[in-house]
Design a protein around this ligand. Structure first.
Ligand code: FAD
Ligand code: 2HG
Ligand code: ZN
Length: 473
């Protein structure tokens, strides 16, 4: 243990139920959801209130113990996983799950950081409102983790990322002080917007304990199609058609390469191909509206007809029941899991300007294919945001270890290509521990220096999630 007094001091704050010290009980907190990152810890502490979080942070600061904030542990960059020293403490928010208030008139919801995203969506729906953040891990991920990674997902096209969805925060700073910024205001020009520093900070500047989030009117009609495309570039043309025709009613636009869909068809029970022919790319298009009788099917058909005229689509299926809608989304949302059955999944969550997508995919695919003949490229994502998950699987029949050994080289190929198209090497998953070591090669040196200055100001002792986002030292 880091300091002999640590367990007793923390037990005095959180009680027996708030402390996990046995290896079996700690196991689930030490490995991420996908099993890609593992660490060890002195113990896991589970405070039940903001005051307890503050007391825990003060004790750790006094004893010089580093903290790793953790929500649902579904993050994809190892940000919530402690290092292997056994000296860090995992601070889990899993006892702070309360919905503190729902205000349908102000269109806001105030929730604790450990609240699971799906329960927040359900609390909004119960008062006829929509909380629009939506992602595959929504049954397990928490608002604190969503905020700390500035999560995106499938609703960003219409509603924005967590940065756009947040009005106020409550945060325990690394010195144990509480910042009470839980304001539900859409206008507040009283100086620097501090909440934006904590959003996307991946727990390196403090522990978020609660948030005021924006709500929207509930959606009452929906139309969904699965569209076969002749190329990745056609997806850009297709989204243009729908944006011009439908404006804000276009609320979902996801793309996936054939390889991505192939993996789902192979590994997801009940999944089946929707077309007789094989197509190189697919798009999932969703329109929605607050009107119960918005005639969205007609609008969808009009957009598809125009896409066929322009040769931007080869075939399409329009869902005719809620279960068919769910089936289409399952095909899309199943990609991340399906790829895990094919050996190591080397993930690259990148973004480029939408106008460059076609050229970017062509150049990157070519460079990857030259480096590893037979490599399986699982490209999919939120193309309306310019965000592609450029994920890689080994050539069929080759060894996991051989492929893994080339991970850094392949990441360089994807990231160098991303840079040459003026993109970013992290779109929505963050840097965590996976990219903390290389961000300096892809981000402006002065910008990084400013970021280090912010870290130093908030956390001079360097005890808040060290080694994440920025490299140590
Ligand atoms: P964790 O994994 O626990 O933590 C993530 C980071 O936030 C860590 O650095 C941690 O230290 C920090 N943190 C957590 N809670 C706090 C807190 N209260 N205060 C301070 N720091 C904190 N992401 C997307 O953006 N879009 C997607 O479409 C998407 N789809 C996914 C699908 C699947 C199947 C999976 C497994 C993940 C997906 N993700 C997606 C990744 C996404 O980042 C997470 O699911 C989610 O936002 C993280 O929430 P969490 O509670 O699990 O956070
Ligand atoms: C998605 O869009 C998620 O499905 C997960 O962001 C992406 O697993 C991934 O790489
Ligand atoms: Zn995604």
């Amino acid at each position: 243990v880091t300091h002999p007094d640590l367990p007793t001091r923390l037990r005095g704050v959180v009680g027996d139920g708030g402390l996990v010290t046995d290896p079996e009980g700690m196991r689930g907190y030490l490995t991420d959801w996908r099993g890609a990152y593992s660490g060890t810890a002195a113990l896991v502490v589970r405070p039940g209130s903001t005051a307890e979080v503050a007391a825990v942070v003060r004790i750790c600061r006094e004893l010089g113990v580093a903290l790793v904030p953790q929500g649902g542990n579904t993050g994809l960059c190892g940000g919530a996983v402690p290092d292997s020293s056994g000296r860090q403490v995992v601070l889990s928010l899993d006892r702070m799950r309360r919905i503190r208030a729902v205000d349908p008139v102000n269109q806001t919801i105030t929730v604790e950081a450990g609240a699971v995203l799906q329960t927040v969506q359900e609390a909004a729906a119960a008062v006829g409102r929509l909380f629009p953040l939506s992602l595959g891990a929504e049954g397990s991920c928490t608002i604190g983790g969503n905020l700390s990674t500035n999560a995106g997902g499938t609703g960003v096209l219409r509603y924005g990322t967590m940065r756009d969805l947040t009005l106020g925060l409550e945060v325990v700073l690394p010195d144990g002080e509480v910042w009470h910024g839980l304001r539900g205001l859409r206008k507040d020009n009283t100086g620097y917007d501090l909440k934006q520093l904590f959003i996307g900070a991946e727990g390196t500047l403090g522990v978020i304990t609660a948030a005021v989030l924006k709500l929207f009117p509930a959606v009452r009609s929906r139309a969904t199609a699965w569209v076969a495309l002749p190329s990745g570039g056609a997806a850009v043309e297709l989204i243009g058609v729908f944006q011009e025709l439908c404006g804000d009613r276009l609320t979902g636009f996801e793309v996936m390469s054939r390889q991505s869909v192939d993996f789902v068809l192979r590994h997801q029970s009940g999944a089946r191909d929707l077309f007789a022919a094989v197509h190189p790319w697919y798009a999932l298009v969703e329109l929605s509206d607050t009107l119960p009788d918005a005639a969205l099917d007609e609008l969808l058909e009009r957009g598809l007809a125009e896409a066929f005229d322009r040769s931007a689509a080869e075939d399409a299926v329009v869902a005719s029941s809620p279960s068919q809608v769910a089936g289409l989304w399952a095909l899309r949302e199943g990609i991340s899991e399906a790829q895990n059955y094919e050996g190591p999944s080397l993930k690259h969550d990148v973004t480029v300007p939408i106008s460059s997508i076609a050229a970017f995919v062509e150049a990157t695919d070519r460079a990857l294919g030259d480096a590893v003949p037979g490599i399986r490229i699982v490209t999919y994502g939120h193309i309306g945001d310019g965000n592609l998950h450029y994920n890689l699987s080994k050539p069929e029949g080759s060894e996991d270890a051989d492929f893994r050994a080339r991970a850094d080289e392949l990441a360089r190929i994807v990231y160098d290509s991303t840079r040459s198209f003026d993109g970013s090497i992290s779109a929505e998953h963050g840097l965590g521990q996976s990219k903390a070591g290389i961000i300096a090669d892809y981000k402006d040196a002065y910008e990084l220096q400013l970021m280090r200055g912010v870290k130093e100001l908030f956390d001079p002792a360097g005890l808040m999630n060290p080694g994440k986002v920025l490299p140590l030292g």
